[in-house]
Design a protein around this ligand. Sequence first.
Ligand code: NAI
Ligand code: MG
Length: 331
Amino acid sequence: MYKIAVVPGDGIGNEVVPASLKVLESTGIGFDFHHIDVGLEVYRKTGVAVPDEAIEAIKENDACLFGATTTPVGGGDYKSATLTLRRALNVYANVRPAKSYPVEGTRQGVDLIVLRENTEGLYSGIEFESEGAAYTLRVITRKASERIARFGYELARRRRRKVTVVTKANIMRKTCGLFRETALEVAEEYPDVEVNELLIDVAAMRLVMSPEAFDVIVAPNLFGDILSDEAAGLVGGLGMAPSANVGDDYGLFEPVHGSAPDITGMGIANPIAAILSAKMMLDYLGEDVWAGRIEEAVVSVLRDGERLTPDLGGSSSTDELADAVVEALAS
Ligand code: NAI
Ligand code: MG
């Protein structure tokens, strides 16, 4: 029996996470789900988006299935609930696969992972203003660079053994310099992995022109965030992009997309990103057989093309698509 923290958050998190639970429940693997609230709604009620009790409750589980939270832009002291959670759980590696599935109009032959450093960089959260200027501190440490690089090489060993380290070390000589230098140093311990490096701007272009050439991309926080949305855009958009946030002793699994206020409540959010995130959770828990079956079920529903959400060109609802996956799993 796995103990799973279920944290839907705000907006369509409350639509796609329940859809992914349906799929998990239909496997017959024993799950003990613990529902926990965080996010903007919790902030409005209590003044904190992620109460300490929520973090403690989440930690009591084997893993966490997360949706998304809304972060209002500008002003106020509201801190992103997602960033707070990732930091509190010390899930330092953000694994974001972009893989081609049979979705019309999308790039075929893509099978890559953007591995994003999840704890520091430009998302260090250290910001201040002074005399008409505003500052964000970009913190890069050897420790965090080393563990993300190591994670990347280990990941590549289970794939096509190719890693591309992405920085802007020619301009940000100190921060990107340290990230790059550390990653290349650790690479020496992995002679069986082919390691290349690219500057972020060139990497962004190559990702559009020849995405099939990439296997694992290792990048600092902001670059990884941007490249992973770009990669998602090649293979069907945010509704198709799952992710895992993994640390040494915990895993948090979430779709890459946000709370999508523009479609919240309409019942049309694509649940596949959340379902594939649940699939990544099963991989993490060692349930690879079921993980593989869920992916196959998703592929068969996509290939069939009869019950797709509007972002994929269909006219079905979140629940109809999730039900189609459940049916495909059972057949
Ligand atoms: P978003 O990812 O929520 O939406 C971007 C666009 O993609 C929207 O047009 C949306 O309708 C569409 N979209 C996203 N997921 C979809 C799905 N499953 N099915 C169909 N269409 C989908 O990003 P946006 O609009 O920039 O941010 C909205 C809110 O979400 C903000 O408050 C932002 O801070 C937050 N956010 C939270 C994240 C998280 O909790 N991990 C990640 C990204 C944004
Ligand atoms: Mg993002």
